[in-house]
Design a protein around this ligand. Sequence first.
Ligand code: SAM
Length: 285
Amino acid sequence: MSRLTDISYVKGILAKHGFTFSKALGQNFLVNPSVCPKMAEMCGGSENVGVIEIGPGAGVLTSELAKIAYKVVAVELDKRLLPVLEETLSEHDNVKVINGDAMKMDFNKLIQEEFNGGETVICANLPYYITSPVIMRILEEKLPIDSLTVMVQKEAAERICAMPGTRQSGAISAAVHYYAEPEMLFRVSAGSFLPAPKVDSEVIKLDILKKPPVEVTDEKMFFKVVKAAFMQRRKTAANSLSAGLGMPKANINSLLEECGINLSARAENLTMQEFAKIANSLCNG
Ligand code: SAM
């Protein structure tokens, strides 16, 4: 069992370095001993597949990743954690910690420089305040990675994994399903963290698709349509699209009719194929 799930050891090492948790940076560190080994095993890292971790914290997941992957590169924003990580990860010579912001990091360059462009996966317990933007940034950049295994708050996991066309779906569900096949792996209770957050988390895996599940003439238009349709999710998709795209309602109505979409449908009722049809019609019209 890793020392990093021993609460008194973790508290001791953090205190030694004068570290206090920052809520703003989403700092809730895992102390449940069963979570990180499971996450590391399921993420796909191996002697041939390298791993990028976002937000190593005190290194609890990092050290498990180091056991299964030939190399781990961990990107941590909080400079105060660098001396902590130097100490907690000292026994692993296949880990490199980089001080950087996952929202700005050039991951393509990082993969080229650190992994020689070889097979790579991403694995992270994501800070909750940037869950969706980080996931979308990584997907949109079309990085040469096989998968993204991340821990996120339960509600975010449900939204991300919901199939477009189902009640729980949102703009992020359609965006994620365009690039990946998401899967819920396992639940992690709030009590597994120090300090404990208010809600449970879920580990999800996004397997990157070789090609999108729908044919789209212009990706920008596809995402614009998805975003506009969900802008007012309580209204009909027609109303929301009209407001979001700045187009007269009559034009939107005839476009939806052309696409064979019921005018009373809401965004959550629309499938990937229907979003694609709307976007493609807008491009052709
Ligand atoms: N991996 C550790 C664990 O599981 O115990 C820590 C996870 S904690 C939820 C999130 C971590 O992400 C923190 O260490 C925090 O400092 C770091 N972080 C926050 N914002 C970040 C950003 N924009 N880029 C990189 N790391 C960030």
